[in-house]
Design a protein around this ligand. Sequence first.
Ligand code: CTP
Ligand code: CA
Length: 224
Amino acid sequence: QQEYTKTQRWNGKKVLISAGPTRETVDAVRFFTNYSSGKMGYELAKAAAREGAEVHLVTGPTQLSAPAHVKLYQITTAEEMFNQMTLLYEDMDIVIKSAAVADYKPVKQTNKKMKKKDGNLFIELERTKDILKYLGDRKQKQYLVGFAAETEDILTYGKGKLEKKNLDAIVMNDISNKEIGFQSDFNEVIFLTRDGTEKKITKSKKEEIAKQLITFIENEIRKD
Ligand code: CTP
Ligand code: CA
C-alpha cells in the first residue's frame, strides 16, 4: 500500500544506517552476541527509502528480510561493521547508528571446537573499536545520529554519549522495560539534539517511531 501522498523529502540524499547485533567468534560453534533484533534499524531504512533517499543498510545477523530499495551489507563482527561503515561514510549525508555493537571480543578465536576441561573457563575479552566515536571524530558534512541503550539514568548517559562521540543527535531508549525495545515490535524513545531539542515518542510501533525520527532529523537538517 502506498500511504505517502506528500512529496519525497529525501530525494538525492545518501543515508547510511546500521542495524542488528554483532557476533564475536569464540570457536567453531560459539559466539558472543546480544538481544538486538535489528527491527528499529530496518524500519529506519524503509522509512528513509520511502522518502526517496539512497539507503545503505549495514546489518549484523537478523531474522528480517531485506527491505526493498535498500542496499544491504551483511556483516558478522564489530570489525566487519567498522570496515563497511568507514568505507561508505565519506559520501553520506545522514548516518544513523542503531546497531547494538559488541563492546568486547575474545582475544583468542579459533576455528576448531574447544574441548571442555575440568574446572572453570576464563575467556579473555578485549575492546572493539567504537565505530560511532570514530565516525564522530571524522565528521564533515554528515548529520550523525547515535542510539543509546540504557537500563538506568537514561538522560545522563545519553547526553554523555552525544558529547563524547560528537553526534548531532541521539535516540535514547530504556531497555529495562521488557515490553519495548530489544526484540519487541514496540519502542519508546527520547530524541535529543546537540543544540538541546528534546522530543519524546511514547510507546509506538517501531515503524511509527522510525517515521517520526526521520521527520525530526529532516527538521534539524533544514535548520542548518
Ligand atoms: N557503538 C559503536 N561501536 C561500538 C559500541 C557502540 O558504534 N563498539 C554505537 C552504537 O551503535 C550506538 C552508540 O554507539 O549508536 C551507543 O551504544 P551503547 O552501547 O549505548 O553505548 P556505549 O558507548 O557502547 O557505552 P556503554 O555500552 O558502556 O553504555
Ligand atoms: Ca555498548
